[in-house]
Design a protein around this ligand. Structure first.
Ligand SMILES: O=P(O)(O)OC[C@H]1O[C@H](OP(=O)(O)OP(=O)(O)O)[C@H](O)[C@@H]1O
Ligand code: HPA
Ligand SMILES: [Mg+2]
Length: 179
């Protein structure tokens, strides 16, 4: 299983340190407010669950499932909503929590959707940003690591639903997805 990884890009310790920093920044930015943290399933689950434990303000959590990759390393370009929010978001301060922004298609779709629903504010926090592959212009408000144009897995990120449980971010060997 670990043989499928070409190199470790970000270690477990580096992730822990960064997530703690991001949690502190968000706690200060949202002091006195109760933001609604929206986790984009499934990739962002590990990041979200660690991030909220580094926030010392009240937060609410909700989950949205969208999918555009399937069993591929390229976005299909078609974003499908598989599960919508349970919470009414009118008037809320929304923090969208993502594991990675790649083409930007998933998030630009979600941001457009939220902006049509009378919210108070919206910010994007992502653990990883892969800016070289953007197909739409989109900049996160807060990002953990800018990474090169390689397909990565681990800490929530998958290839064909596997590798999400790896504690680090690793580059997948190309032969894994070309075989
Ligand atoms: O910027 P983009 O090119 O849109 O790519 C980023 C999105 O792709 C991945 O999700 P995916 O659709 O693979 O679903 P998953 O989170 O369940 O793996 C990832 O978790 C982001 O949500
Ligand atoms: O590099 C990636 N890895 C896993 N899932 C992804 N979804 C967009 N980019 C990636
Ligand atoms: Mg995926």
């Amino acid at each position: 299983m670990e043989n499928d990884i070409k190199e470790i890009l970000i270690t477990k310790e580096e992730i822990e340190q960064k997530v703690s920093e991001l949690g502190s920044i968000l706690s200060k930015e949202y002091e006195g407010k109760t933001p609604l943290m929206v986790c984009v399933l499934k990739g962002a689950t590990l990041f979200m669950s660690d991030l909220v434990r580094h926030m010392n303000i009240h937060v609410e959590m909700d989950f949205m499932a969208v999918s555009s990759y399937g069993a591929s390393t390229e976005s299909s370009g078609v974003v499908r909503i598989l599960k919508d929010l349970d919470t009414t978001i009118e008037g809320r301060d929304i923090i969208i929590v993502e594991d990675i922004i790649d083409s930007g298609l998933t998030l630009s779709y979600l941001v457009d959707l939220f902006n049509r629903r009378n919210i108070n504010s919206i910010k994007i926090v992502t653990l990883l940003d892969k800016p070289h592959r953007r197909k739409v212009s989109l900049t996160p408000d807060l990002s953990g690591f800018v990474i090169p144009d390689e397909f990565v897995v681990g800490y929530g990120l998958d290839y064909n639903e596997r590798y999400r449980n790896f504690p680090y971010i690793g580059v997948l060997k190309p032969e894994v997805y070309s075989r």
